[in-house]
Design a protein around this ligand. Structure first.
Ligand code: UDP
Length: 317
């Protein structure tokens, strides 16, 4: 297949490129490197089946060669209040990537009659009142809160994707991605995984926002990619959760990382939670399990070991 990946120089997008190239496909990446990085794709830029276009997805995509699939993964995604590449610092760009970017990417899929996959998010559930989150839950999102620039952009993107499916019969897939971690996460994106690992490697205390009782469920990136490929090759047009249901509190997560890295500095509590920071998050993955025979395989400590070794190299460089 010939596949266009928007955001292909990002954390998840670049792992997707690797897998698709390994499987013999031809990959075109469109990315403006606002949150992605050429470092993530440096090892594949010379591959004869790979091409990179430096472009903002919110601008018209003039793709001359037909593609069999369009995978729309471009968007800022970190909710950090301070990171320059987080969506709170890029509010309009984030809304444009979700709205205009999705429109442009769907336009390419419609033009070439290709499969379209939207990278959606557990953030469509907002601060969820249903736990664990099933795909039929409509969410609890403040439409004008700070996180709305991401949450509502992705909700609009889902609506647009379904409209193209219903109106133009585009073969669409919507993957709702829960917290994912692994090598190539941006070291400075302010999310909990890079923050905690880098703090621990520097023997600093881990900054827990709030009291650490909020929960997340972390999926290793290779498991996510397995699920995405299975979904791409399926005929499921309705949204599908892909994530790891192993739920832990942020405090437990910090303690695990300190133990794995032997960091004696412990944790400090900071009153730093973004408004709308979900109290709990855990995917219900029954649908992916039953319809795709997918389930995550990589245990947290194994995935963290790989991720720690990546960040150790980054800090040593
Ligand atoms: N968090 C934290 N310390 C940090 C960074 C994040 O305690 O240094 C918390 C944050 O408040 C949230 C959770 O960790 O409750 C996960 O945050 P992240 O930024 O990774 O993304 P989210 O899951 O909210 O999209």
């Amino acid at each position: 297949m010939h596949i266009l990946i928007t955001g292909g120089a990002g954390f998840i997008g670049s792992h997707l490129c690797d897998r698709l190239l390994e499987d013999g496909h031809n990959v075109v990446v469109l990315d403006n490197l606002v949150t992605g990085s050429l470092d993530n794709i440096a090892h594949i830029t010379q591959d004869k089946n790979f091409r990179f276009i430096n472009q903002n997805v919110a601008e018209y995509i003039d793709l001359q060669d037909p593609v069999d699939a369009v995978m729309h993964f471009a968007s800022p995604a970190s909710p950090s209040q301070t990171a320059p590449n987080g969506y709170l610092q890029l509010p309009i760009q984030t809304l444009k990537a979700g709205a205009l970017g999705t429109l442009n990417a769907l336009g390419v899929a419609k033009k070439y009659n290709s499969i379209f996959m939207l990278a959606s998010t557990s953030e469509v559930y907002g601060d969820p009142l249903v736990h664990p989150q099933t795909e039929d839950y409509w969410g609890n999102v403040n439409p004008i809160g700070p996180r709305s620039v991401y949450d509502e952009a992705k909700r609009f993107a889902e609506a647009l994707t379904m409209a193209y499916h219903r109106t133009h019969n585009v073969k669409t897939r919507i993957v709702r991605i829960f917290n994912t971690y692994g090598p190539r996460m941006a070291i400075d994106d302010g999310r909990v995984v890079p923050n905690f690992i880098c703090q621990a490697l520097r023997n600093d205390p881990l900054t827990i926002y709030g009291d650490g009782s909020q929960t997340r469920s972390f999926c290793y990136v290779s498991d996510l990619i397995d699920g995405i490929i299975l979904l791409l090759n399926s005929d499921i047009t309705s949204p599908t959760n892909i994530g790891n249901p192993h739920e832990i509190t942020i405090l437990e997560f910090a303690q695990t990382i300190n133990r794995l890295i032997n960091n004696p500095a412990g944790t400090i509590l900071e009153n730093n939670r973004t408004q709308g920071d979900p109290e709990q998050r855990k995917p219900n993955i029954t649908k992916a399990n039953q319809m795709l025979s997918w389930h995550p395989k990589v245990k947290l400590e194994k995935g963290l070991a790989e991720t720690i070794s990546f960040f150790k190299n980054q800090l040593d460089d």
